[in-house]
Every structure is written in structure tokens, then in C-alpha cells.
Design a protein around this ligand. Sequence first.
Ligand code: C5P
Length: 300
Amino acid sequence: MSSVTVRVPAKVNVQLSVGPLREDGYHDLVNVFHAVSIFDEVVAKESEAITVTVQGEWTDRVPIDDENLAIQAARALAKHAGRTYGAHLIIRKAIPVAGGMAGGSADAAGALVACNELWGLGLPFEDLMEIADDLGSDVPFSMLGGTAVGTGRGEQLSELPTGGRFHWVFAVADGGLSTAAVYAECDRLRDAAEVKVPWPQLSDPLLDALGTGDAHQLGAYLTNDLQPAALALRPQLARTLEAGQRQGALGAIVSGSGPTCAFLAADAAHADRMAAALATADVARSAIAAQGPVPGATVM
Ligand code: C5P
């Protein structure tokens, strides 16, 4: 095989409950991931060395050196296989960079699946999931897709049944936010308010809403403990959230560590109307309608 293409979705967190800071610098989470139909494509081609190029709107914002998570993923896979392999990775980016939608994690998951095929390793999914786990907290979910709850630092996943399709609009901001900086701001705000941080719990009404496909109920129970921190670092996001609420969003939250804002719509037509209105409201760089759940990293 001389070339393999893998498609990987973005995610939104429908519940992100952040527990106390752990000694290893991470936080225990209850993190309900939901994969949505904004996709990056990772193409792996035969090559001597492991290299990457990025195509699409976000090209100038993605590192192409050792910091690139797809390169790290390909290297980790070669190491696991105990051989020296090469691959040229082409990342066709549609997922916002540093936007709280797991774009870097998607590319890492895509690289794992693509190189496993390209190199003919035939490693089972469980082995790829173990490598994914070491690459970052959100990489295992990018492999899995669908809807799932992550505990631990987010990597211990259980799939959640969903009873239908949910329609979303994502308001993409101009600059990104660093995940580590948003978690640090969350800790700072909590310390300043002297709050005793409760142990995170999965929300029963949210689980019901996912199971029955009830968008109105899901909208009412969307939560994100990182939202106050994202708003503190990027106050103008309050205007973006309000603009979606004015368009009748059933729920409006910052996606993960932000700065992308996620709005739940009643149906596909409502999502299209909301995306069109937000695109001209001067509150975001762009607005994208999408739906979920969708599968994780998939060979095309
Ligand atoms: O795992 P990942 O490299 O994606 O995490 C990026 C940063 O986000 C970590 O360095 C940490 O600061 C923060 N984080 C956290 N608790 C988690 C996941 C991430 O504090 N459960």
C-alpha cells in the first residue's frame, strides 16, 4: 500500500466536570465526549522519514516539527513495532486549531490508524488505544468517536448509547487558547474563591437526554467547568454565547477549553439558520453547522 487516508472527527464535551488538581498536574474528570461531523483527514504516504505537511485554512497555525502530535503518534507507533519506519503525513485541516475541539488529538489518532495500515502492522485497536493514551488525554476518544464518558484524566472511556442525532453550531474564534493555561486559570479561580472542589459525577439527566435523543433536555444540562476560566481569559466569548442564545440555541457552552463556542439546535434547519446568523453577527471568525454522534478515526 503506498497511501492511506483516515478521516477523524472533532469533539465537543457535553459535560466536562473537573475535579481537584492531582499531584501529576492533571485533574480527574467526568468528561462526556461527543464526536461531531467536522473532520480532519490524515493521509500517510510511503517515505524514508516521518515528516508532515498541513493543508487548509489553518496551515500557518499547526507546528510541523516535533511538537506536531501526528508526528509524535507515528514515532510512538514505530517504536511500539520495534522498527524504523517512515511516512509522509499530509494533514487536511478543518477542525479549528487550539479551539477546544481536539483537533491535534484527531490528527494523532489519524496518524496512528493510517500508519498501522501503511506499514502493514495489523495491530489491534486495543494496542493503538494504549499508544493513544500516552499521546494525550483526548487522543483515545478521537480513535473511538461516538459518545463516551472519560474518567481519570479523560482517557478511561466507556461508550454511551445515544438515541438519535444532535444538531450543533460551532462558533470558531480567531485565536486559540492553550488547554494547560485554561486548566491553570480554572485552578486559580477556584483557589481565589476558596471553593472545595467536589468529586466529579456523571449527570443522570444528561445521560437520559443522550439515551432518548432529547435535544431540549440535553441543551438544559450541558455543563463545562472550564467555561469560567475560558471566559476569564477571553471575555469576548460572553458575547458569542449570548448571540447563540438569541438565535434560540437549546444550550450554549464553551467547547472544552475553548475558545470555540458550541450551540445545540432543535434540528438541522435550525442549525443552518443559527450558523448563517452567527456568521454575520461579528462574534466569531466563522460558524459551522455539524451533527453528532459520528464514528472515530476511520480508514477511507
Ligand atoms: O493530556 P493533554 O496533553 O492533552 O493535556 C494538556 C494539558 O491540559 C495538561 O498539561 C494539563 O495541564 C491539562 N489537563 C489537566 N487535566 C486533564 C487533562 C488535561 O489538567 N484531565
